[in-house]
Design a protein around this ligand. Structure first.
Ligand SMILES: CCC1=C(C)/C(=C/C2=NC(=C\c3[nH]c(/C=C4\NC(=O)[C@H](C)[C@H]4CC)c(C)c3CCC(=O)O)/C(CCC(=O)O)=C2C)NC1=O
Length: 198
């Protein structure tokens, strides 16, 4: 039997969200969306504001997170900015900051969709090979991603603290609730980046 346009799109597209993922799963077993699938989607909707706050916590701090993570990575490994290092000269430094920003942006897309496929397909697919070809050190990239993961967890939960002697401090101020699940989910997308590069 010929697939409908929508079915064809779902099958060809690797880019899914929590809703289309449920449809594909049901389709694979030629069933309608089952009780468990529906319960999951109901939870996805009910917890939607939490998800949006979490996405906002990352997105609205993104440039600070990226520069801090890359600075921290370099601080721990200063060879990166010396001749022969992969953040040297400026052109490579700029490419590195851009890559950290790209990775963080795709993590927020995945968190918004509740599904990692956009991150997998549009960002991580082939990245390890690209880095190998260019001599971009993956251990250092992983370190920057680990720092961004810690920052994201802190911003989602508002557990970041003022750095001594500075006023550099920003809390999101969302109503405190149970953020364990959304925090774990956000962390899992950073782990996915790390796994793809390792
Ligand atoms: C849409 C998704 C997407 C991704 C993910 C992406 C990554 C990406 N990073 C690249 C380069 C690069 N990436 C880095 C990154 C780093 N160097 C370091 O020492 C650090 C460890 C690290 C930053 C954390 C650098 C320095 C280059 C340039 C390498 C070179 O040209 O020699 C390149 C080669 C082309 C270019 O320079 O633009 C690609 C394709 N491009 C994309 O379009």
């Amino acid at each position: 039997m010929q697939d409908t346009f929508l079915e064809k799109q779902f099958k060809e597209s690797e880019m899914l969200d929590a809703f289309s993922r449920s449809v594909v799963a049901a389709d694979a077993s030629t069933s309608t969306i089952d009780t468990e699938g529906l319960a999951n989607l109901r939870k996805f909707v009910a917890e939607g504001n939490k998800r949006l706050d979490a996405v906002n916590a990352i997105a609205s701090n993104a440039s600070c997170m990226v520069s801090d993570a890359v600075a921290g990575m370099i601080c721990e490994n200063q060879g990166l900015i010396q001749a022969g290092g992969n953040c040297y000269p400026n052109r490579r430094m700029a490419a590195c900051l851009r890559d950290a920003e790209i990775i963080l942006r795709y993590v927020t897309y995945a968190l918004l969709a509740g599904d990692s496929s956009v991150l997998d397909d549009r960002c991580l697919n082939g990245l390890k090979e690209t880095y190998a070809a260019l001599g971009v050190p993956t251990t250092s990239t992983v370190r920057a991603v680990q720092i961004m993961k810690a920052q994201a967890v802190a911003h989602i939960n508002d557990t970041n603290e003022m750095y001594k002697g500075t006023g550099k401090y920003r809390q999101m101020g969302a109503i405190k609730g149970d953020c364990a699940a959304i925090t774990a989910e956000a962390a899992s997308y950073f782990d996915r980046v790390i796994a793809a590069l390792s």
